[in-house]
Design a protein around this ligand. Structure first.
Ligand code: FAD
Ligand code: SIN
Length: 533
């Protein structure tokens, strides 16, 4: 009889910066099971280039980082969240350094002098980075420590399907873990724990073009939504202005740090255009830059625009951006001599599972941290490099809160959840129904719910998605499930949440721009969009 139940003190769903930094702390007080639906490096964190924003230089101040974050958030940030996360920043950066992260230092500086990058919307240089491979370096350091902790068990290729909730929708609702599919064997097991951290990252795969890797299908948001947890601000999906445009480059980001170092956005004839859209030009917040590129592409019928850093010289470019230089060179683009073709792509989910400042959700025992969560830090638009910061800070806060609860007394025993029952489900023999729905959702989200929206397009998207959801739902319950089907079921939920929230917000603010409601309406809309099942 295979083991269908695994119990631990903590269940962490997700192995990016949020999940692993929480696991390392929690391992000091108990056993931790970490689930990741793919391999150990398959996380948005591994792809982070620009770095982690934190007040580090003596010329900088918390007040300035707070102001920049609030300004980018276009009136919707929760000031308490901004203050708390910004002020915790230096501590979590020191934590990452203690764990072994090697951020790029100032040449010939002392051991505390790090090279600080600049990105759009930041009024100071405050982005610690490891050249242009910050995420890989953070993951390397975290993984080295995780491997050394015998009480952390990492279950890769294990995809959480749904949360185990006792008293769902009633007072005293509590999360006790999750069902998960082992993708290697097809077995579905119960992972039981009194404390579960959702750290499943974002949902870029809901759009046809994205900077995100394949894991980003919004599973955490969909699972929490089905568990009755409020979900907030899903209309604010951030599009990164500069993703490499090349037929062989699948979702390769051209970091905002290039613009921080002086790169200029140009039309095919070489004309710069950002000054026409913002006095801050290339360093305006992302929503403004992405909309400007979108407008120029539509106005002139272009496939892409160009980002030019060649004036900074080959030595500087190769040293500061070795990853981007090498990747572009492999595709025949020499960025030291020529501009880079770029287009905007879906990048970051500013909304998500609503949490308080201890990462607690509305269901006890269930915490959320990282991109999956909505703490109120980002409001209507995330400031560049604030997400690694938020993930590390909130993972630490979740741990501190749970440790305090545990010190007050041991958690109760879990109720008896039944083993996964496939019922009368049969093996699927029409995979095309799954692949077609995947394509349809991603394309319709790109065309109807992208950088610029309209009432008609949103309504059309809503109707199509309702039909798709119904079809997917019945297919899901009639067939034996696999990872594609589980992700598809989540993807349609996330797409509907984005559309519902976008329809609801009859104004334009931050990342949500609707041509039928082009003005910002502070009288009616200076609040979050919260939806629940
Ligand atoms: P992730 O790192 O995405 O990890 C999610 C984990 O959850 C993965 O292990 C995945 O396998 C797992 N998972 C998902 N669903 C399930 C499931 N159902 N069951 C089991 N496991 C599951 N932010 C910055 O601050 N600075 C930057 O420079 C920066 N650059 C970026 C560049 C790129 C190309 C991208 C895509 C993002 C960038 N971001 C940056 C954003 C930032 O990287 C992410 O927001 C952050 O890393 C998210 O961390 P996380 O721990 O929340 O999730
Ligand atoms: C980038 O390097 O441009 C990404 C930074 C971010 O998403 O915060």
């Amino acid at each position: 009889m295979p083991n269908t139940q695994i119990a631990s003190d903590f269940l962490v769903i997700g192995g990016g910066i949020a999940g692993l930094s929480f696991a390392l702390k929690a391992a000091a007080i108990g056993n931790v099971a970490v689930l990741a639906k793919a391999g150990s490096a398959d996380a948005n964190t591994s792809y982070a280039q620009g770095g982690i924003a934190s007040v580090w230089s003596v010329d900088d101040s918390f007040e300035s980082h707070i102001e920049d974050t609030l300004k980018a958030g276009a009136g919707l940030c929760n000031r308490a969240a901004v203050e708390a996360i910004v002020r915790d920043g230096p501590e979590v950066v020191r934590d990452l350094i203690r764990l072994g992260t090697r951020f790029t230092r100032v040449p010939e500086g002392n051991e505390h002098e790090y090279d600080l990058g600049r990105e759009g919307g930041h009024s100071h240089r405050r982005v610690l980075h490891a050249q242009d491979l910050t995420g890989q370096e953070i993951m390397r350091a975290l993984w080295e420590k995780v491997r050394a902790r015998p009480n952390i068990t990492f279950y890769d290729e294990n995809l959480a399907i749904d949360l185990l909730i006792a008293n769902r929708g009633r007072t005293g609702a509590r999360c006790w873990g999750a069902y998960a599919l082992d993708r290697r064997t097809g077995a579905i097991r119960k992972f039981l724990a009194p404390f579960t951290l959702l750290a499943t990252g974002g949902a870029g795969k809901v759009y046809l073009y994205t900077t995100n890797p394949d894991i980003a299908s919004g599973d955490g948001v969909a699972m929490a939504y089905r568990a009755g947890v409020p979900i907030g601000n899903m209309e604010f999906y951030q599009f990164h202005p500069t993703c490499l445009y090349h037929p062989e480059a699948k979702s390769f980001l051209i970091s905002e740090a290039l613009r921080g170092e002086g790169a200029i956005l140009k039309l095919p004839n070489g004309d710069p255009f950002m000054k026409r859209y913002s006095a801050d030009a290339e360093l305006a917040p992302r929503d403004i830059v992405a909309r400007a590129i979108d407008a120029e592409m539509k106005r002139l019928g272009l496939d892409c625009v160009y980002l030019d850093l060649s004036h900074r010289g080959a030595d500087f470019i190769r040293r500061r951006f070795p990853n981007i230089y090498t990747r572009c060179a492999a595709l025949g683009i020499d960025i030291t001599r020529e501009p880079i073709p770029v287009v905007p792509a879906a990048h970051y989910m500013c909304g998500g599972v609503v949490t308080d400042l201890h990462a607690r959700t509305a269901v006890s025992g269930l915490y959320a941290a990282g991109e999956v969560a909505m703490t109120g830090l980002h409001g209507a638009n995330r400031l560049a490099s604030n997400s690694l910061l938020e993930a590390a800070v909130m993972a630490r806060r979740a741990y501190l809160d749970i440790a305090e609860q545990i010190s007050a007394g041991p958690p109760a025993a879990p109720p008896d959840f039944s083993a996964w029952n496939p019922g009368r489900a049969i093996r699927s023999d029409e995979r095309v129904l799954v692949t077609q729905s995947w394509d349809e959702i991603r394309r319709l989200m790109w065309n109807y719910v992208g950088i610029v929206r309209s009432d008609r397009r949103l309504e059309r998207a809503r109707r199509r998605l309702a039909l798709l959801r119904e079809e997917i739902h019945s297919y899901y319950w009639d067939h034996l499930i696999d990872s594609d089907l589980i992700e598809l079921r989540n993807l349609v939920v996330v797409a509907e949440l984005i559309v519902r929230s976008a329809i609801c917000r009859t104004e334009s603010r931050g990342l949500h721009y609707n041509v039928d409601h082009p003005a910002t309406d502070d009288e009616h809309w200076l609040h979050d969009t919260i939806v629940r099942e």
